[in-house]
Design a protein around this ligand. Structure first.
Ligand SMILES: [Zn+2]
Length: 318
């Protein structure tokens, strides 16, 4: 969530063990969920504490993760008729209490891992629907774009790099925003377009990112350096910095089209994702969304014009 570089050596070692068959994840016939308790350690998956067969536990992190993973899966099923993250009904496994006050939450490539945060700077992640939805969207992208979008594999380490990696980050914020707004029944004007509200300690900041105004530290936190258009693009820069540009393009398109994000701009972005290659640039993202808008709503239609105007405003296309 905060930086994928924090996906640690522990995860790489764990993946190695999983590849060796030490841990097996079976896909279920329908989109099931399982929550494991890692007990403050980094041995995965931990102890199974909640599955489709069981009810509430007395651990808030378990129940929050269960609920927010469920809402996200419901969103994909009801809005996009998508059967789980891979479109084929995979069971979604999550491990909570991952590591000792681990200040991050992320999709490992196979499962969701939630640290508890240090309780001082970063609070728990499981209760934040849009953080959960952001991470699960990385899995959707992984299963949609052949070879992964902007994934760089060095040995067993996976990093997101370049414009494609920033597009990947942006898609996660875009879908997280849709899930958040869909669940709250907020249209594009009622929504505040913040991601990660309430996960930072109040004295450190209000949210992690703003799609409406990337890099606006009054809305987020003092070190927010997100770019709002190509003039602030950082060549070779961190993907969470440059993702502000396509994030704002979605915000601009969604608000110009109006209504609910998941009914207006959302389906355009969802379909366009399937047209991206693993090395797609921002211009490729613009081209794909403009084409889909034209296909869905017609050339010269309001959505078509809105998508073109959005990418122009962030200076990705002339
Ligand atoms: Zn991310």
């Amino acid at each position: 969530m905060l930086a994928h570089a924090q996906a640690s050596a522990d995860i790489r070692a764990q993946r190695r063990r999983e590849a060796d068959g030490a841990v097996q994840h079976k896909a279920a016939g329908r989109a099931g969920r399982a929550i494991y308790d890692a007990g403050g350690k980094k041995q995965l998956p931990g102890k199974l504490v909640r599955s489709d067969a069981g009810g509430e536990t007395d651990d808030a992190a378990v129940n929050d993760a269960w609920r927010n993973v469920g809402i996200t899966l419901d969103f994909y099923a009801k809005v996009f008729n998508r059967n789980s993250l891979d479109g084929r009904g995979m069971r979604v496994d999550s491990s909570v209490h991952y590591g000792d006050r681990f200040p991050n939450a992320f999709w490992s490539g196979k499962e969701m891992l939630f640290g508890d945060g240090d309780g001082i700077h970063v609070l728990g992640f499981t209760r934040s629907l849009d953080i959960v939805a952001h991470e699960l969207a990385h899995a959707v992208t992984q299963h949609t774009v052949a070879g992964g979008l902007g994934e760089s594999h060095r040995g067993r380490q996976v990093d997101l790099v370049g414009q494609a990696g920033a597009l990947n980050e942006s898609l996660s914020d875009v879908f997280a925003s849709m899930v958040k707004q869909w669940h709250a029944k907020e249209d594009v004007h009622a929504a505040n377009w913040l991601v990660g509200e309430g996960i930072l300690a109040p004295h450190l900041g209000r949210a992690v990112r703003s799609l409406k105004s990337p890099g606006d530290t009054r809305l987020t936190y003092p070190d927010d350096d997100q770019a709002a258009d190509m003039r602030a693009f950082v060549p070779g820069g961190e993907v969470h910095t440059n993702s502000g540009i396509p994030n704002r393009a979605f915000y601009l398109a969604a608000t110009a089209i109006g209504g609910n994000s998941w009914e207006g701009a959302g389906p355009i972005w969802y379909r366009a994702m399937g047209r991206l290659t693993s090395t797609a640039t921002f211009a490729d993202g613009a081209e794909a969304t403009v084409e889909v808008a034209s296909d869905l709503a017609g050339p010269g239609s309001k959505p078509h014009k809105a998508v073109i105007a959005a990418w122009r405003k962030v200076r990705v296309i002339p």
